[in-house]
Design a protein around this ligand. Sequence first.
Ligand code: 6CS
Ligand code: FE
Length: 295
Amino acid sequence: MTHSRYRSRTADLKSPLFAPRYEKVVVGEPRGGLTAFQRDFYEANGYLVMDGFFSKGSLTPVVEEAVKLFHSKPETAIMEPTGDVVRSVFAVHRSPVFDRLSRCARLLAIAREIVGDSVYLHQSRINYKAGFSSTGWKWHSDFETWHVEDGMPTMRCVSAMIALSDNTDINGPLMIVPGSHKRFLGCVGDTPDGNYLQHLKDQKTGVPDESSMLEFVRDAGGRIDPLPCCTGSVVLFDCNAIHGSNSNVSPFRRTNLFFVYNSVENRVVRPFCGKNPRPEHVATRETFQILEDLP
Ligand code: 6CS
Ligand code: FE
């Protein structure tokens, strides 16, 4: 029986509670995937931007497939609150184009070095943030949700965001509070049945209160780091890093692909909120598969 070391949205939690992180940030020994500077930067800040990781040309088939998904509105799509624009599509790794990319040897080597283990995909998704009318993402820790609603035991998990379009100052780039990954914020409240649909449209549970957010930013020396980057860049960020992004009123889409690499020792157990598990396309449970390098 796996016990939760990170209390959040529990009945006894009457006010937000900061708790220490129990796990190392970079668990594995250096294996050449990251320079010493990159390891240290990720360890300290909870994220790392690797510009030009993929060439724009090499992503052309990936971008084309992402556009097809945007227009086809598969059943794994989540719509914007306005209703008729796709916000996200989950489990994109079920398509060969994205499955192949998730097994990129360079990316896998880095993910394995960070979590210190073989990895599988806890989740994959494309957040489209289409031009003009798409809404942002409130401040949050992914791990808070993955722990409470999916039953992810520890923080041995890293997200790799692959920019499929330019992320600029004006189309709602990802923003991270540097260093926020080092503490876990237990949030007040409960988890409604079937929360994931609401959560993925406009998160209302597990959202840090304003006073706690101020403390995170104060601890970061007043820093909030926006992460503008070009198509082909990869942004690694720790599962517990506090992040968010603004809405996109510009004419330019901000489309990003996310692979969530989880340690095979950190497979999800029963959700710590005690509710029914979220569906397979949002959190891998049955279709577990250790990722091997592409031949
Ligand atoms: O609940 C989830 O799995 C998702 N929620 C957010 C707000 N970001 C990460 C993840 O896609
Ligand atoms: Fe997130």
